[in-house]
Design a protein around this ligand. Structure first.
Ligand code: KIV
Length: 260
């Protein structure tokens, strides 16, 4: 078992696709740790676990709890903590909060959403030895709708420049979310750090998905998600059978009781 380091992730660019999924809990993190290069404790947990409308509602303390649970349950994967909305408004606050995250959760790196506008913050963090993963394209913390990005020249230029600035600011990798394929390719070909795509094509250096979408536990199934299983159905069938057994007094059976 060899720990995945940031150095190893960076080395994969152009060589080996990087695998990444989100995890928010111990049981899921333990499974992902066997296979994924990176585990992202994403603020998508707001919608996925807590039924929030947007990631804007996610609280710092909630993220810390999940970050701790995930990191404690992993040995191999690189664990990245998604900084929630409003926790990196300026470089001083960003430093204070990211330092707190790394100290309290022991996660390996943090992720910040935004391009040019936050590049001075990313620069400040990386200069102070906080490993940062960037995030450009669709930015859920700043967008109310789920819309494909990079369809017009203005947006393409903006997102391309965002990615370049984040890379120059010292990020070790960058998530590209929901952009047209050729723009993701252009970014990947023109920056020196790995790109991790979500709805951004096979041309990225790696891929990330929200675990609950990928295993069919959420109701979110946009085109870019491939469903590898239907866990919701499996749970439903189990719950249905359990209730049937309880009602028929078939559970607990003699296997499940303690004799004196
Ligand atoms: O919060 C999250 O899960 C993310 C991924 C969608 C990249 O940021």
């Amino acid at each position: 078992m060899q720990k995945v380091t940031i150095k190893k992730i960076v080395k994969k660019k152009g060589n080996q696709p990087i695998t990444c999924l989100t995890a928010y809990s111990k049981p899921v993190a333990e499974i992902l740790d066997k296979y994924c290069d990176i585990i992202l404790v994403g603020d998508s947990l707001g919608m996925v676990l807590y039924g929030m409308k947007t990631t804007k509602e996610v609280k710092f303390d909630t993220m810390i709890l999940h970050g701790k649970a995930v990191k404690k349950s992993t040995k191999r994967s690189l664990v990245v903590f998604d900084m929630p909305y409003n926790t990196y408004k300026n470089k001083h606050e960003a430093y204070k909060n990211t330092k707190k995250v790394l100290n309290l959760t022991n996660c390996d790196a943090v992720k910040l959403e935004g391009g040019k506008k936050i590049s001075h913050i990313i620069k400040h963090l990386t200069k102070n030895r906080i490993p940062v993963m960037g995030h450009v394209g669709l930015l859920p913390q700043y967008s109310n709708s789920f819309k494909l990005k990079g369809k017009n020249a203005f947006q393409r230029k903006q997102i391309f420049e965002d990615a370049k600035t984040v890379s120059y600011a010292g990020a070790f990798a960058i998530v590209i979310e929901c952009v047209v394929e050729d723009l993701a390719k252009k970014i990947t070909d023109n920056i020196s750090i790995p790109t991790i795509g979500i709805g951004a094509s096979k041309y990225c250096d790696g891929q990330v998905l929200v675990i609950d979408d990928m295993i069919g536990l959420s109701n979110f199934s946009p085109k870019f998600v491939k469903r590898y299983s239907n866990v919701k159905k499996i749970i439903e069938k189990s719950v249905k059978n359990y209730c049937k057994d309880v009602k028929k007094r078939k559970f607990p059976s003699f296997h499940n009781v303690y004799k004196s």
